[in-house]
Design a binder for this molecule. Structure first.
Ligand code: NAD
Length: 260
């Protein structure tokens, strides 16, 4: 379905971004990976996922808190595959503390990586999408783009912000073939959440399994983690012709979290 298209997925060396990159590669899209840590493993996984469909894979290690890096990554993506047709703004970090104890530099990093980077990638991707009259911008927000949780001020502010950015980007392009939508996952068991499971286990002196149940039980009525594979399929749907007129939504996949 996406043969000949190029998808740039930020923060795709791990977790949800990797799941989305694999799902898009399976549909034939060429993928530009981005993120920190081991890159060979994720690249091999995405290549394997896209092999049957002939997808190619490139990588750029831009730090999403640095505008110059982002500009370089956008130029690199265009030079590799012509242009970015599908932009998935996924890179994100978390820090947990009360407002009065929140480290100022953590606040600044979370706003930069989880929110401002999406403004920069979008502003740089939109001109080519508009001239092709086709494009998909998918912002990985969170259920925390819809509701709050204590001790997550920067994260919740950034995620509410990216839901707002999603709506404005969708509206500005509503008469074109360029759509912009947000995905709002509940708990997904990635390294970002495992840290919170570990903290709960240590705080209560309980096992990893018990801590997972406690975490789910506090927020997610389904008592199930959403998976990167499920989120990948939602991204594929947003790229499909059936989603041509889905514009500016914040689509939660959260086991009922936001329905409460
Ligand atoms: P993760 O820690 O598994 O992956 C984060 C990715 O972002 C990694 O590839 C990492 O290298 C990259 N990254 C971090 N800082 C970066 C930077 N400065 N520049 C470039 N890349 C950077 O986390 P995840 O759970 O897969 O999270 C992905 C996105 O999904 C985030 O935006 C997160 O807020 C969102 N999300 C996660 C959950 C969850 O439960 N895990 C729920 C809702 C939303």
């Amino acid at each position: 379905m996406l043969k000949g298209k190029t998808a740039l997925v930020t923060g795709s060396t791990s977790g949800i971004g990797l799941g989305i990159a694999k799902a898009l590669a399976r549909q034939g899209a060429n993928i530009v990976l981005n993120g920190f840590g081991d890159m060979d493993g994720p690249r091999a996984e995405v290549l394997a996922a896209g092999e049957a469909a002939g997808a190619q894979v490139a990588y750029h290690g831009a730090d999403m808190s640095r505008v110059a890096d982002i500009e370089d990554m956008m130029k690199y993506s265009a030079s590799q595959f012509g242009r970015v047709d599908i932009l998935v703004n996924n890179a994100g970090i978390q820090h947990v503390a009360n407002v009065e104890n929140f480290p100022v530099e953590r606040w600044d990093s979370i706003i930069a990586i989880n929110l401002t980077s999406a403004f920069h990638t979008s502003r740089l991707a939109l001109p080519a999408m508009k001239s092709a009259n086709w494009g998909r911008i998918i912002n990985v927000a969170s259920v925390h783009g819809l509701v709050g949780s204590a001790q997550k001020s920067a994260y919740v502010a950034a995620k509410h912000g990216i839901v707002g950015l999603t709506k404005v980007t969708a509206l500005e392009n509503a008469t074109t073939g360029v759509t912009c939508n947000a995905i709002c996952p509940g708990w997904v068991l990635t390294p970002l959440v495992q840290k919170q499971v570990d903290a709960k286990a240590a705080e209560h002196g309980i096992s990893n399994e018990e801590a997972k149940k406690l975490l789910l039980g506090e927020k997610e009525p389904s008592m199930q983690f959403t998976t990167p594979e499920e989120l990948g399929e939602l991204a594929v749907f947003f790229c499909s012709p059936a989603a041509n007129n889905v514009r500016g939504v914040a689509w939660n996949m959260d086991g009922g979290w936001a329905a409460q």
